[in-house]
Design a binder for this molecule. Structure first.
Ligand code: S3P
Length: 425
């Protein structure tokens, strides 16, 4: 296999792009968003706000893509005349459920086959405690969700699982509700909503693990510059680690500590990653990363570290499959309700490559080996499974044949071309 060499810039962070669009739409006046991710998931959030009367234009600033959003304030949205299709995007659906529950109109949210299977009670139930009227399939747990927006009452809610989507959904509902809405977290989930609240100057408090927002605050549009997505960088951190002789420089990668779990796991496995030129962009830390190939060894990933590495699980499985010894993923039951059941999908892919895998209800164990064989892999339309199996294909005998690479545009348009271009130089 040819060594991977090069310097790349990652596409913008997906979680931050969703939040930038949402808060810009709720702000008063214009916002400009640079470095945003033009992927299908984020376009779903954009289209949702356009269907509620918000002008969002894709433009460019010195050759770089830029979004211009004309916010209309907290209650400036208009009733969408049709169903809002969130596609594959759980973040779009869960965050909008909270926001729309507190808006004075009727709306319906649906999604693709995968999203319609995912649990929505985790957001709908606490919103119902605030007085929200949300109907859905499977006794109100699955999309399509029909939301009869109304004035809500603030609550204090203890999240049973660490979930940034649930937390953000409740904070967005709280933003449009008179009084103080508080949410406590059992563990650290990504905090981009909180950082962006702060960036927009929205009154927001964090005391220990309790987050509170005061509703009704009027805030103005801003310039937002979004860092590269560390979850997208992870595919190259693993590829650069396992392909012999590689050296990749990844520029402007978001280094929010609630998102660096995957990087820390790789470092504990012996990956050779250096972190340089740390700075801050719109309240989010960023850095340039250099990865050089290295021999990896197995490790145990559990607790908060698992939460902070949750989206990196599929590509960490590939690192584990190449490592010496066993890697154990624990406390990972959330992986069963992501875009696919990622534990079963990765287990099937790895077994096809000849790797020994055990699965458990809450995790997985992988015994690494270096002689992989190519296989036919199924993705269930899950972008991160497709990208992980493509990276693995670099080292398999005969390559991997992936049933769906189109789904990659959910989070990383251009991924296959970028990966191939690095292998050619
Ligand atoms: C996200 C939160 C995480 C993550 C997802 C994006 C977000 O999900 O897995 O890909 O943007 O808030 P949970 O909220 O279920 O932890």
């Amino acid at each position: 296999m040819t060594a991977l060499k090069g310097r790349i810039s990652l596409p913008g962070d997906k979680s931050i792009t969703h939040r930038a669009i949402i808060l810009s739409a709720l702000a008063e006046g214009p916002s400009r968003i640079t470095g945003y991710l033009p992927s299908e998931d984020c376009q779903r959030t954009m289209a949702a706000f356009q269907s509620m009367g918000i002008s969002i234009q894709e433009n460019s600033d010195r050759g770089l893509p830029m979004l211009e959003v004309e916010g209309k304030g907290l209650f400036g949205l208009s009733e969408p005349v049709d169903v809002i299709d969130c596609g594959n995007s759980g973040t779009t659906m869960r965050l909008l459920t909270g926001l729309l529950a507190a808006q004075p109109f009727f709306s319906v949210l649906t999604g693709d086959q995968s999203l319609r299977k995912r649990p929505m009670r985790r957001v709908a139930d606490p919103l119902r405690m605030m007085g929200a009227e949300i109907a859905g399939r499977s006794e109100g747990n699955r999309a399509p969700l029909a939301i009869s927006g109304k004035r809500l009452r603030p609550i204090r809610y203890d999240l049973p699982i660490a979930s940034a989507q649930v937390k953000s959904s409740l904070l967005l509902a709280g933003l449009s509700t008179t009084g103080l809405t508080s949410v406590s977290e059992p563990g650290p989930s990504r905090d981009h909503t909180e950082r962006m609240f702060d960036y927009f100057g929205i009154p927001f408090k964090k005391e220990g693990n309790v987050l509170s927002v005061e509703g009704g605050f009027v805030f103005r549009g801003k310039m937002i510059d979004i860092p590269g997505d560390i979850s997208s960088a992870a595919f190259f951190l693993v590829a650069g680690s396992i392909v012999d002789g590689s050296e990749l420089i990844l520029q402007n990668v978001g280094m929010n500590p609630t998102r660096t779990g995957g990087l820390e796991v790789l470092q504990s496995m012996g990956a050779n990653i250096t972190i340089k030129t740390q700075k801050s962009r719109c309240n989010e830390p960023v850095a340039d990363l250099t990865v050089r190939s290295a021999a990896l060894k197995g490790c145990v990933i559990e607790g908060d570290l698992m939460t902070r590495a949750i989206d990196e699980f599929p590509i960490l499985c590939i690192a584990a499959a190449h490592a010496e010894g066993k890697t154990l993923f624990k406390n990972a039951s959330e992986l069963r309700v992501k875009e696919s059941d990622r534990i079963e999908m990765m287990a099937a892919g790895l077994r096809g490559m000849g790797i020994t895998v055990e699965t458990f209800p809450e995790g997985m164990a992988i015994t690494g080996r270096s002689d992989w064989k190519g296989c036919d892999c199924k993705t269930a339309g899950d972008h991160r499974i497709a990208m992980s199996m493509a990276v693995a294909g670099l080292l398999t005998e005969g390559g991997n044949c992936i049933d769906d690479v189109d789904c990659i545009k959910t989070s990383f348009p251009g991924f296959i071309d970028l990966l191939s271009s690095l292998a050619e130089t």
